[in-house]
Design a protein. Structure first.
Length: 372
């Protein structure tokens, strides 16, 4: 019996389900918001799925439709911005405390927090769709998700769990499996997101997510063994957690703190620039003259996700044979800038795909490895 329990005591399925939920929910939610706002202002967005391309062939000459489209884009972008603020700020506040708390009180409570928050948010979106409630209620789900620490907390908890339970000589293999779970879950979720929307609407993919999340919660409760054996009493908001975080920058280092501060600044700036980029991409391809259908949006998001994965694995390996670390990082930024410039002026489908074929995760991956 112990052998069977041990065989099923893996956390990779939990991460796979969570990332599948997260990367399927966002395109579904983003396009639902766009459809709802279009309905409110009278913009014929639904004609896209009927093949009429944003209201028909005379769209470019119809000033009324152009005005309505601009209003839909503006309101959608504003709502996305507020949603990201509601999700990100709470996660930044509570994030440093989850790690210390899991060290003392156990990994499973911290693993469960993002799963339950994600389940709550998905159910809330279903309620909004069924009862046609105001879209601003989405902010509630964002706040709850943020207070759970979001995907960062789950990722760190999973890493800590593996460090607790896996021998050092096998840890790298398990980390590869964990990263592959992210790659596979994201590609499948985004590849199928448009098919869900176009053929089954917005409700069915959300019910699918709810079922997966419920199974993930049950799996975590029943099969994931607690890795912290000796638990101690601890307050969640412990100032020692903040002190340990500050020590990353303040403690003396062999090569000095300057390089670390510069690297943190570069990585932080890059994250600030690219956070919420998926929302901008979806808004851009839904507007004229592109007017993409949901299936094409899903295919593109999957292609972009695949390019990111390839950029952080294959191209880093190849480029390191020719360049040093700093030049690989520079190439990553150059690729990112060039891709964004091309994307910003894209008026054809092939230009969008080409513009997002850059591998701008090169710099992030290289800097992260230096931290490790």
């Amino acid at each position: 019996m112990g052998f069977v329990w041990k065989q099923f005591s893996y956390v990779e399925p939990v991460f796979f389900v969570y990332m599948h939920y997260l990367l399927l929910l966002f395109p579904v939610m983003a396009q639902y918001v766009y459809a709802r706002i279009s309905e409110d202002v009278g913009f014929p967005y639904l004609n896209v799925t009927g093949g009429e391309r944003c209201g028909g062939e005379d769209f470019a000459e119809n000033s009324t439709l152009k005005t309505l489209e601009t209003e839909v884009q503006t309101r959608s972008a504003t709502l996305y911005t507020y949603y990201m603020v509601c999700a990100v700020i709470p996660s930044l506040i509570v994030g440093p405390f989850y790690g210390s708390y899991s060290d003392k009180r156990g990994r499973k409570p911290v693993l469960m927090a993002p799963l339950l928050a994600g389940l709550f948010e998905t159910c809330l979106i279903l309620v909004i769709i069924y009862f046609h409630l105001p879209l601003y209620m989405l902010f509630i789900g964002g706040v709850v998700n943020g207070l759970s620490g979001y995907v960062t907390t789950l990722w760190l908890a999973l890493n800590s769990y593996l460090a607790d339970t896996v021998k050092k000589d096998k840890l790298s293999n398990r980390m590869i499996v964990l990263n592959f779970s992210l790659f596979l879950a994201g590609t499948i979720a985004q590849l199928t997101s448009g098919l869900w929307i176009e053929y089954l609407g917005f409700k069915n993919p959300l019910w699918f997510i709810v079922s997966l999340q419920s199974l993930a919660c049950l799996y975590t409760i029943l099969f994931v063994k607690e890795s912290v054996k000796e638990k101690v009493k601890a307050n969640f908001f412990d100032l020692n957690s903040v002190r340990r975080l500050l020590q990353i920058v303040t403690k003396p280092r062999k090569n000095g703190r300057k390089n670390l501060v510069v690297a943190l600044s570069i990585l932080g700036t890059n994250i600030m620039i690219t956070v919420g980029l998926s929302a901008v991409i979806i808004l851009y391809v839904l507007r004229s003259p592109l007017c993409w259908q949901p299936t094409l949006v899903g295919y593109f998001l999957a292609y972009r996700f695949f390019a990111l994965g390839a950029g952080s694995v294959i191209f880093i390996y190849l480029l390191r044979k020719c360049f040093n670390e700093i030049n690989v990082t520079r190439l990553g930024f150059v690729s990112q800038i060039a891709g964004m410039l091309l994307f910003a002026f894209s008026t054809k489908t092939w230009m969008v795909f080409l513009g997002k074929s850059q591998f701008y995760k090169l710099q992030s991956s290289t800097i992260n490895e230096d931290f490790a």
